[in-house]
Design a protein around this ligand. Structure first.
Ligand code: PNS
Length: 183
């Protein structure tokens, strides 16, 4: 295990199974992993920063050396402020490489002591991105298996406000049935 803090920065709008896979892998090789959400990534994000934190908190609850934070401005400045020695980023395919290389080299220029470490998520998530998940969900397509259940739930609630009510009713009915069955 690597001593010290690593930062895993991103937009996480929303967190996907690929993100979670990388967080789990990162938590095994770094002493402490800080998942850092960029606060001003997009003009109109689908989920507020508070919603993203809530989802990530649920998803990482079992990982004791993972904590969550948010940042604005330069990532290297945030990394410095929490004394992180490494930046963790995921590379899914060659197409990610060019952008990630550019970003890693720019970050190195800005802060030469901060190292970027790349990890690959499981190949079954190699095509999963927050942007495509948003697109599929917004068009009414299924996102099961691409995002954790809690995120799927939030997407359904966000895109269909009536869903929350229906879901609450379904749970109520199920509860009543269970009670009857036990009697
Ligand atoms: O999940 P994303 O959107 O691919 O994450 C990109 C992120 C947040 C890591 C990147 O945009 C970033 O670090 N932004 C903060 C501003 C900054 O430091 N820019 C210079 C990086 S070269």
């Amino acid at each position: 295990m690597n001593k010290g803090i690593a930062v895993y920065p991103g937009s996480f709008d929303p967190p996907t199974n690929g993100h979670l896979d990388l967080i789990e892998r990162g938590s095994k090789i770094f002493e402490e992993l800080v998942v850092a959400i960029l606060r001003n990534s997009e003009k109109s994000p689908m989920f507020s920063v508070a919603e993203r934190i809530e989802m990530l908190r649920t998803l990482t609850a079992g990982l004791k050396n993972v904590r969550l934070d948010t940042f604005d401005g330069l990532m290297v400045e945030f990394a410095k402020s929490i004394d992180a020695k490494c930046v963790l980023r995921g590379i899914r395919a060659i197409s990610d490489y060019e952008y990630e290389l550019q970003m890693a080299l720019m970050n190195r220029k800005l802060e030469p002591t901060l190292e970027t470490v790349f990890m690959m998520p499981a190949d079954k998530y190699s095509y999963v991105s927050s942007r495509l998940v948003r697109e599929v969900a917004q068009a009414g397509g299924p996102v099961r298996g691409l995002v954790p259940d809690v995120v799927e739930q939030k997407l359904l609630e966000k895109l269909d406000p009536a869903y929350k009510l229906r879901h609450a009713r379904e749970i109520q009915v199920q509860g009543r049935r269970e009670k009857k069955r036990k009697k």
